[in-house]
Design a binder for this molecule. Structure first.
Ligand code: IPE
Ligand code: IPE
Ligand code: MG
Length: 240
């Protein structure tokens, strides 16, 4: 990685290609998911080393619930195991762990492990690691809109004027409230789409696509993405 890179505040990764990685080796899809855990660990370490403040990882989409039962159950069991095993890494590296998504769809067992890890790391001040689990961009937007509508109705019921909806207020209803929008989005496996990910939050995010399959993603691949990011000219609609 070159010396003068601009370090993004928030990097988000669509971790894709586990199934193809396993198929190339004649294995079950779950073997790919299991091997993706090492890439998660390396990415976290790299983010800590580089002083990235937020690393969010798209681990499971709302649409992924439609995969075969066996794969979904295997993935959820892997989540429980990983959350348990990584607690020591979070502690050692001052990582704050958060999970964002449609909690109601997760099992009580998984929710318990998540809540414990979140509570245990809540005071950590280094990297914030966010796992997007049972998340989708459209779900987040609809959820935010309904929550605002409920609050507005409640205000009217009390005889008050509901707060004027603007971008800042709307953002506060998204489940990423308080987290800066991603500066850089990395997607592995060669697909060039965002698959219903952070639709609102990625309004001005820089996209980086790589053919590397997620289980093969290493620190050097992350460094390549940061190099590419530092060459981007972010104009936000203005003229420089
Ligand atoms: C990404 O890998 C992990 C999840 C979506 C849970 P895939 O399972 O989508 O792997 P491919 O895209 O089929 O290779
Ligand atoms: C996106 O990958 C979701 C995650 C990586 C969690 P998918 O494999 O589900 O996306 P599509 O189906 O190729 O768009
Ligand atoms: Mg995929």
């Amino acid at each position: 990685m070159s010396e003068n890179v601009t370090v993004p505040v928030h990097v988000t990764i669509i971790m894709d290609g586990n199934g193809r990685w396993a198929r190339q080796r004649g294995g079950e899809r779950l073997m790919g998911h299991r091997n993706g855990v090492k890439s998660v660990r390396e990415s976290c370490e790299f983010a800590v080393e580089k002083g990235i403040k937020y690393l969010s990882l798209y681990a499971f989409s709302e649409e992924n619930w439609s995969r075969p039962k066996e794969e979904v159950e295997g993935l959820m069991a892997l989540m429980v195991k990983s959350v348990l095993e990584e607690r020591e890494t979070f502690r050692k590296n001052n990582i704050r762990f958060r999970v964002i998504g449609h909690r109601e769809r997760l099992s009580p067992e998984l929710l318990e492990k998540i809540d414990e890890a979140q509570a245990e790391t809540a005071g950590n001040t280094g990297l914030t690691l966010i796992v997007m689990l049972s998340y989708s961009g459209k779900w987040d937007l609809v959820n935010a809109a309904s929550r605002y509508a409920a609050d507005a109705c409640e205000a009217v019921r009390r005889g008050e004027t509901p707060p004027q909806l603007d971008e800042a207020l709307f953002s506060s209803y998204l489940c990423t409230a308080g987290i800066p929008d991603p500066d850089l989005l990395i997607r592995t496996s060669g697909e060039q789409r965002i698959s219903n990910y952070m639709l609102w939050q990625c309004a001005y995010t820089e996209f980086y696509f790589t053919d590397v399959l997620w289980p093969d993603f290493r620190k050097s691949d992350f460094a390549d993405a940061l190099d590419a990011f530092s060459k981007r000219d972010r104009r936000y609609g203005k003229i420089k």
